[in-house]
Design a protein. Structure first.
Length: 574
């Protein structure tokens, strides 16, 4: 195994001794009671089975049978979640043949950043993760279940569901994915129309026509944003069947995965020794595997928040320093939009997650000896196939498209997809894999804004005529809920296309699909909490070096006091 990988793992274990011990003690206390339904009173049990058909009532009340909880993010207005409509029926039918049952324990809200971008609802986006975690835990609180199947995919939804499920980590638990939509128009076409619209060279009807061709049917969006990063990372952590993340909703293998996962979990739930529990599965090796997969694939910056929160829910203390250390030893092995032209379907055709994990294992950068919902992660490097209607696995044979997944002896960059930035402006994250080498270093004067709408107005007023570092502050969690600053990338991309050197520094966040603009985001401490961004003024000289990780203001800030935002969500206009 790679020494850097081992060192990070050891540091996580060492700093997490007390928190992990406390978590496991809680899970062991829950597991000691044995089958949950056995602890219920007769009235409790009567309520549990009241809505069941008579044949199901008998099975649920038979404690030698398994009863699985289904927690679903289904709704019929979001493409990624619409396929889940029929999953409970598929799961129940598969289990009924073996005498087991499943119940829809509850649902969680599933909002889409693609819809709420630029709308007030975006300010609820990041907060929704905590609501989803609570809704998942409430769904499982009836204590009538022997295992958990999570139907969730997108940005805050899947991490929130996992955080909630970890509060019932004595149970086995798996994600049941639904797959990506088919490819519409190319990413180059999308970018071209968006940039034309930002310049005023295309009208809204042209933009709407393009967007509807890009987002056109069921499944996750096809770019490699936060939703698809969830799927890749959670498969790498062993939380779903090997190779299942990116199988199309219409592929016959999709329903087979769903049925097989339900059947396997019903059998695992009969084993009360806890070996297959979620608490045991999310061990230190699974956490590090998730971080490695994030970096090797050039995944979403949002996971610098989500994975840390998921780890903490299982008792593990993970920091940005761990991500930074892993970035130095984990190479970039995947090129997907925004890091390259291919979409998630191109990645799947090139070999998908098993191919990536196989490459990492060969380089000593992936733990194959840790648990998964299927068995161990040795299974995770194998490719699924359908043989006479049955799921089988074969050895991975390497990348089928080396422009998307690198060959065994090469990489797209020796450095992982993310870089931690630090200096006298605080600490932040940059998705360095999406930024061309010639744009990774900039030293220029600052233009300071309190929200993205101000930047938009300055752009259309043609105020940016020279190299510039654009600072957008008061966009962190305490200030306004940390909404995505989606308007900025097309505008700043156009400035770069005009020949300017441009960078963005913000205590806010960007979409998981943010691309070529060098952007240091999630800067902490945030301006609302008195961070250095609150001291900046137009004209301050800033250096951003994504190669060395330097984030520095060169102007003297001595004696300055924090500049309040023009608008404060708590006090109105100041």
């Amino acid at each position: 195994m790679n020494t850097g990988l081992l060192n990070v793992t050891e540091r996580i274990v060492k700093r997490s001794v007390e928190s992990r011990k406390h978590y496991l003690e809680l899970m062991q206390d829950q597991a000691r009671n044995g089958k949950s339904r056995q602890t219920l009173s007769c009235a409790n049990l009567a309520h549990t089975v009241a809505a069941c058909p008579s044949n199901e009532k008998t099975r649920v009340l038979d404690f030698t049978r398994s009863n699985l909880a289904i927690v679903s993010s289904y709704n019929d207005m979001l493409s990624a979640h619409e396929p889940y409509q029929y999953y409970p029926d598929i799961i129940k039918e598969a289990l009924a043949e073996l005498g087991h049952t499943a119940q829809v324990a509850g649902g969680v809200p599933a909002m889409c950043d693609g819809i709420t971008q630029g709308q007030p609802g975006m300010e609820l986006s990041l907060f929704s993760r905590d609501l989803i975690a609570q809704a998942t835990a409430v769904s499982l609180s009836h204590n009538t279940y022997d295992g958990v199947l999570l139907l969730g995919i997108c940005d805050k939804i899947a991490p929130g569901m996992l955080i909630g499920a970890l509060s019932f980590g004595h149970l086995p638990c798996a994600f049941v994915p639904a797959g990506p939509m088919s490819t519409g128009i190319s990413n180059d076409e999308k970018v071209a129309v968006r940039q034309k619209f930002a310049r005023g060279e295309a009208d809204k009807s042209a933009l709407l026509d393009m967007e509807c061709k890009a987002y056109h049917n069921q499944g996750t969006c096809t770019f490699y944003g936060t939703a698809n990063t969830n799927q890749l990372v959670f498969e790498a952590m062993g939380l779903m069947f090997p190779g299942s993340a990116f199988v199309s909703p219409w592929d016959p293998l999709r329903n087979v995965f769903t049925k097989e996962c339900a059947i396997k979990f019903a059998s695992q739930a009969q084993n009360l020794n806890g070996a297959s529990s979620l608490a045991n599965l999310v061990n230190e090796k699974a956490v590090v595997n998730g971080l490695v997969a994030l970096l090797a694939s050039g995944g979403s910056t949002n996971h610098t928040m989500h994975l840390i929160a998921v780890a903490r829910a299982a008792g593990w203390v993970v920091t940005w320093d761990d991500i930074d250390a892993l970035s130095k030893v984990v190479p970039l092995l995947v090129k997907m939009y925004p890091n390259g032209p291919a979409d998630i379907n191109g990645f799947q055709q090139a070999g998908g997650v098993p191919c990536l994990l196989s490459l990492l294992a060969q380089k000593g950068l992936f733990y194959t000896d840790t648990l998964s919902v299927y068995g161990t992660m040795e299974d995770g490097v194998n490719q699924p196939q359908l043989m006479d209607g049955y799921l089988q696995y074969i050895s991975d044979t390497g990348s089928k498209d080396t422009s998307v997944i690198s060959s065994k002896d090469s990489c797209f960059s020796p450095h992982g997809g993310l870089q931690v930035m630090s200096g006298n402006l605080g600490r932040g994250i940059i998705k360095v894999s999406a930024v061309a080498p010639e744009y990774r270093v900039i030293e220029a004067t600052a233009r300071v804004f309190d929200d993205q709408d101000e930047v938009e107005r300055a752009y259309f007023s043609k105020e940016f005529q020279e190299d510039v570092v654009i600072v957008v502050r008061y966009s962190g969690p305490a200030a306004n809920g940390m909404p995505e600053l989606h308007k900025l990338i097309p505008l700043l991309s156009n400035l770069m296309k005009d020949g300017l050197n441009v960078a963005l520094i913000t205590d806010g966040r960007l979409s998981g699909a943010s691309g070529k603009v060098p952007a240091v985001i999630h800067v902490t401490p945030e301006a609302k909490r008195g961070g250095p961004l609150s001291l900046l003024k137009d004209g301050d000289l800033i250096r951003m070096n994504a190669i060395t990780g330097e984030l520095k203001v060169l102007s003297d800030l001595t004696g300055r006091t924090a500049i309040s935002p023009k608008y404060d969500m708590n006090h109105g206009f100041g």
